[in-house]
Design a protein around this ligand. Structure first.
Ligand SMILES: [Zn+2]
Ligand SMILES: [Zn+2]
Length: 442
């Protein structure tokens, strides 16, 4: 039916609803032009992608649009300084490949020499989460890293609870893909790997497991940034991911860190800022950017816990993602609205010292606020009344341990902890931040 325009399958099959007048008009125009409309930007080239159900772009203009959005997002924040050392979280997923390509192109161009930052990549191997222990670092991905000409650090997910300095770095062509794979295989057989698996398998609920891993990845990235003396951290979250993330945070009782996790800048982690330079690009733009830049041959990293691997109702994350995605099919501005609304909420966490933050997610603790009749107090009273005195002594929901975690993290903590505080080994950043706070106050 349509060979030039990449309309979603649904767009072609579904009858257009009355509310979607814009798309209806566009489709009429498209049929009249025999599916050969020109790009709305340059008005010359044939269009090859349809965005927001009405904007036709050609290859060059889409690349230009993504590049401009990326640069404007960084530029208007005025947070980056010249010669800043930046650690870029590189998962091998679509958006992270696009991010590295955008950074590399920016560095190549002379006109941006004034604001030249020094990027390094960090690849976290998550093969421990896969039952078959298959290492994701493919040949295509390895070649892409080599071509990017940036230092790349490799670390295993489980190493972060043991010897944190157990990582390797690739600075030139001396390292081969086999060296790196051997390193990861060796890590998967270490004592840390056993301990990590034992704990992670305690999560019976996929919602909690996903929530835990998502936060733990951020902690690894930030701790590594401190370890390597970096100035900033980049992550490749797109507008879609951030909007779904906001819905997840609200449904999990993490509303307090909602603003931190949707804004361009997340200042929860002390002196090193976590920045999201792709936050104004939607996933569809990123996918076509890669296609037009001829980078779509690189296989996309599988997520061991989300997407279609599990049934729709298996976790809140899956459900929220499905809800927003299906709503966006009919109303493409939905995700933009969620994103903009999230950006208007102000965070209080950045002004709080580390001592009164959750040890795991670093959110401001409600139990430390001046309000003595908060929802936290109500919840605590309910917990004490509902669990027997016998359970109270062994459970971390009561007592001093509970006071170190926010509501949502104490749920994670409860899943993992037995009689000993096993969860503490995952709080890899709290001690570092507390030490920094103490140094500052001296
Ligand atoms: Zn064009
Ligand atoms: Zn927390």
């Amino acid at each position: 039916m349509c060979d030039r325009f990449n309309l979603d399958d649904d767009d072609q099959d579904k009858s257009v609803s009355v509310s979607n007048v814009v798309f209806h008009r566009f489709k009429k125009k498209l049929v009249e032009s025999n599916y050969q409309m020109n790009c709305r930007k340059c008005q010359q080239n044939r269009g090859s992608v349809l965005l927001q159900k009405k904007d036709v772009f050609c290859n060059d203009c889409l690349i230009g649009h993504c590049t401009k959005t990326f640069r404007t997002t960084i530029g208007k924040s005025r947070l980056l300084k010249s010669e800043d050392k930046i650690l870029v979280g590189f998962s091998g997923g679509l958006s992270s490949v696009a991010l590295v390509d955008l950074i590399r192109r920016r560095l190549d161009e002379e006109q941006f020499q004034k604001l030249r930052f020094i990027p390094s990549l960090l690849f976290i191997d998550e093969s421990i989460l896969d039952n078959e222990r298959q290492i994701f670092l493919t040949k295509e991905l390895f070649e892409f890293i080599c071509q990017a000409k940036m230092d790349c650090y490799f670390i295993s997910l489980q190493s972060c609870i043991g010897d944190f300095s157990n990582h390797i770095v690739m600075k030139d062509d001396t390292m081969t893909i086999q060296n790196i794979k051997d390193f990861f295989v060796q890590n998967n057989h270490s004592e840390c790997a056993q301990r990590f698996l034992q704990n992670i398998n305690k999560f019976r609920d996929p919602t909690l497991k996903y929530d835990f891993l998502q936060r733990f990845r951020y902690l690894i990235l930030m701790k590594m940034a401190y370890h390597l003396n970096m100035d900033k951290v980049f992550v490749a979250s797109t507008l879609n991911e951030l909007s779904v993330g906001l819905m997840n945070n609200i449904s999990l009782g993490r509303g307090i860190i909602g603003p931190n996790e949707i804004n361009f800048c997340d200042n929860r982690y002390g002196s090193i800022l976590l920045l999201r330079p792709m936050c104004e690009l939607v996933s569809k733009e990123v996918v076509f950017y890669l296609k037009f830049r001829k980078l779509d041959h690189i296989p996309c990293k599988p997520d061991f816990l989300t997407s279609t691997r599990f049934p729709l109702k298996s976790s809140l994350h899956r459900l929220n993602e499905h809800f927003l995605t299906s709503l966006s099919e009919e109303f493409p501005s939905t995700i933009h609205t969620v994103f903009k609304t999230g950006n208007k909420i102000k965070s209080t966490t950045s002004t709080v010292v580390s001592l009164i933050r959750c040890k795991f997610c670093l959110a401001q603790l409600e139990n430390q606020s001046d309000d003595k009749y908060s929802s936290y107090d109500a919840l605590r009273l309910t917990s004490i009344l509902s669990i027997g005195s016998e359970q109270q002594s062994s459970s971390c929901i009561d007592g001093e341990k509970f006071s170190h975690y926010c509501y949502s993290c104490s749920r994670l903590c409860n899943e993992i902890n037995d009689k000993t505080d096993q969860f503490e080994q995952f709080c890899i950043l709290s001690s570092l931040l507390i030490a920094k706070d103490e140094n500052q106050s001296l």
